[in-house]
Design a protein around this ligand. Structure first.
Ligand SMILES: Nc1ncnc2c1ncn2[C@@H]1O[C@H](COP(=O)(O)OP(=O)(O)OP(=O)(O)O)[C@@H](O)[C@H]1O
Ligand SMILES: [Mg+2]
Length: 464
């Protein structure tokens, strides 16, 4: 959301005129007024992105306007213009919510800086609104199994409280989704929801990621930076994969959980925050405590309200709804009809153990959508390569097999087994003969790119 409409309020014609020229030069629309009363008329009938306002005006003080605009949801960013004698009141304006102040006389480049700052600020606000909305829009928790029913109940009980929640479960079970649900149903749903993936950030950077740093705290710290705990102030923080942090950081985290305070890296000012803490782990933290990889006191602080997300193999009742939900969501992204999950394919999904849980199911469905024509039935073969070993003894793979004819493909294999390389070589030669040596046709028939065919021919020394 770039700055488009600006209102200037100053009783000095020369200030109005110079700002007008500069702002119009940037193709901004500009309203000019010399009193508060005039400005109020404009504001009542139009909305502005940015306001330049003088402190001393004939009918009052710029600050009054600030206070009157304060309760409005949609209001311009306000820049207070002040002479040296009134810096104090400019500072007061900032305290009551002005975006910036500028001392008269000012140069064109100072105005440029303000415009750029205002643009960046508006963009940042917009992005954070979108991100917050995304967390609110995230897919809901699907499933009608007893296990998911109990999970939902736990979420609804704990969400409105301020309790720290430890969400445990295997990879891909939906821990982050559970955290998002807790956030969405909490009293802090309108405040920031900040996530930190403890496993993805290097040991050296994570402390600064958590707590921020002061300028010059370490090589590369050219600016001061706020950490995630500070950004999450008055909101919720999700410490994802909490088991992965070092013992040193565990000690610092313990203090945050106990006192809600910390210092930035390289700083000595104590920063107090008000945050709700959610954490996830796919390790058994109690075991990590026993093996002294995780502090017991921290474990107790985190484990105030544990929630266990059950593995998918223990709630196979949910498979159908989950799979269908993923199919339609994935297909919708490309505006296509979702493919159809037949009882036979569902049966295949049911026999599998899903070590990668819901995320694995999501991946399998993604693949099925790619392989199946829109609106058509998903054949079990399209589900197979994701989990070949477990399915070897599944009925649909156990049909009479001599000679094995690769289903649907019409290929008949002889009994005698040759090496794959030999087979590939013979097969490519066969295809080439069929295509009368035309490589483009050969590649098409084999379903590979010409480049891959060329590479294969070279590999198999068939280049000539
Ligand atoms: N019950 C559910 N209903 C709908 N979608 C789900 C459900 N559970 C998980 N998902 C989806 O599966 C994917 C994996 O879930 P999520 O990231 O929450 O799991 P996780 O336990 O945090 O995984 P990891 O251990 O890999 O971090 C996400 O896309 C999520 O939206
Ligand atoms: Mg996760």
């Amino acid at each position: 959301m770039a700055i488009e409409k600006v209102i200037v309020i100053d009783d000095e014609p020369i200030i109005r005129r110079s700002l007008e020229l500069q702002l119009r030069g940037k193709r901004l629309s500009v309203a000019l007024c010399s009193t508060i009363a005039e400005a109020e008329k404009y504001i009542a009938k139009d909305s502005f992105d940015l306001m330049f306002v003088d402190v001393r005006l004939p009918d009052g003080d710029g600050t009054d306007l600030l206070n009157r605009l304060a309760p409005r949801a949609e209001k311009p960013l306000i820049v207070v213009m002040t002479g040296y004698g009134t810096i104090e009141s400019a500072v007061n304006c900032i305290r009551s919510g002005a975006f910036d102040y500028i001392i008269k006389p000012f140069s064109a480049s100072q105005i440029d800086v303000i415009l750029r700052k205002a643009d960046n600020f508006n963009q940042a606000v917009r992005i954070s609104q979108i991100l917050a909305q995304e967390s609110l829009d995230a897919a809901p928790l699907v499933g009608e199994s007893r296990a998911i029913g109990q999970l939902r109940q736990m979420i609804q009980k704990v969400a409105p409280t301020e309790a720290t929640v430890l969400i445990c479960g295997e990879n891909g079970t939906g821990k982050e989704l559970v955290a998002t649900e807790i956030f969405r149903s909490s009293a802090r749903a309108q405040s920031p929801f900040i996530k930190v993936n403890c496993a993805a950030i290097s040991e050296t950077l994570i402390e600064s990621e958590f707590f921020g740093h002061e300028r010059g705290a370490f090589t590369g710290a050219t600016e001061k930076r706020e950490g995630r705990f500070e950004l999450a102030n008055n909101g919720t923080i999700l410490l994802d994969e909490i088991s992965e942090i070092s013992l040193k950081l565990q000690a610092k985290l313990l203090r945050v959980l106990q006192e809600r305070e910390f210092e930035r890296v390289g700083g000595n000012r104590t920063i107090k925050v008000n945050v709700r803490v959610l954490a996830t782990t796919n390790r058994d933290l109690q075991k990590s405590v026993e093996s002294q990889e995780f502090r017991q006191d921290l474990y107790y602080r985190l484990n105030v309200f544990p929630i266990v997300v059950p593995p998918l193999r223990k709630r196979k009742d949910d498979l159908e709804e989950l799979a269908k939900g993923f199919l339609s969501r994935i297909a919708r992204r490309s505006g296509a009809q979702p493919p159809v999950l037949t009882p036979a394919s569902l049966e295949v999904l049911q026999t599998y153990d899903w070590p990668g849980n819901v995320r694995e199911l999501q991946n399998v469905m993604e693949r099925a959508v790619i392989l199946t024509e829109p609106g058509q039935e998903i054949t079990p073969q399209f589900l197979e390569p994701m989990f070949p070993t477990q399915l070897l003894d599944h009925p649909w793979k156990e049909e009479p097999s001599e000679p094995v004819d690769a289903r649907n493909s019409g290929i008949v294999f002889p009994d005698h087994i040759v090496s794959l390389e030999e087979l590939e070589r013979e097969y490519i030669l066969h295809a080439l003969r069929k295509a009368n040596g035309n490589r483009t046709h050969t590649a098409q028939m084999l379903g590979i790119s010409i480049r891959t065919l060329r590479n294969k021919l070279n590999e198999l020394k068939l280049g000539a």
